[in-house]
Design a protein around this ligand. Structure first.
Ligand SMILES: [Zn+2]
Ligand SMILES: [Zn+2]
Ligand SMILES: [Zn+2]
Length: 212
């Protein structure tokens, strides 16, 4: 049996949207605490603590709810190089990945592949202001729809999505009410993640029209 000497953790920086990969030594000295900033934007902080029982404690910034979460990895998972996926406790979105380097990278690749598909569907890469934000926003809308919380004030659930470079327009197939969700920045994404339901309504339509 070959013991691993290190494992990889990955999370998505809530400030710049980049995936951060960190290699952590299994033999890290007990009780050491490391705090490091995102390599790309230096804004978000990630904290690792090696505990005396051989387990690890992580304090992770959350792209999904904008808060922070504490996750634990027990010694067995570390030594066996098990893959673990941790969700945001508020939104359920998978935000933190640990395990052998190749496994963690292929998990993240899978997420990124969805993105590639979306880009190729639109033919060219520069269509969206931020393709990653667009994809995450789409996934949130799908989750809301699955919970039957996406509907129109007229009672219809037949909602059509129109993808624009920096927003998603949701429009009712029955009465043509619509609402626009901004999907260009991490701030937009944060706002969308706080939505529990999307109900297209006339008032909202008026609001949009008067803004323009
Ligand atoms: Zn960053
Ligand atoms: Zn969260
Ligand atoms: Zn309607």
């Amino acid at each position: 049996m070959v013991l691993p000497t290190d494992f990889t953790v990955a999370y998505k920086c809530p400030c710049c949207g980049a995936f951060e990969f960190l290699s952590i030594s299994v033999f890290k000295l007990n009780r050491t605490k490391t705090v490091r900033g995102c390599r790309r934007c230096k804004e978000s902080l990630f904290e690792t603590e090696a505990r005396s029982d051989g387990s690890f404690r992580f304090d992770v910034p959350c792209i999904s709810c904008g808060g922070r979460h504490v996750f634990f990895l027990d010694r067995k998972a570390v030594i066996n190089g098990e893959t673990a996926i941790f969700p945001c406790e508020r939104t359920g979105m998978e935000i933190f990945f640990t395990g052998r380097d190749s496994k963690v990278r292929s998990l993240v690749d899978k997420l990124e592949n969805e993105l590639e598909k979306l880009i190729s569907m639109f033919g060219y890469e520069r269509y969206f202001k931020n393709s990653r934000i667009m994809l995450d926003t789409l996934n949130i809308i799908h989750d809301i729809a699955e919970k039957k919380k996406l509907y129109c004030a007229c009672g219809s659930r037949g909602i059509e999505l129109v993808l624009l470079p920096g927003e998603i327009r949701l429009q009712c197939r029955n009465c043509f009410l619509w609402e626009s969700l901004k999907a260009a920045t991490n701030e937009d994404l944060k706002a969308t993640m706080q939505r529990k339901k999307i109900c297209l309504s006339r008032n909202y339509l008026k609001g949009i029209v008067s803004e323009r």
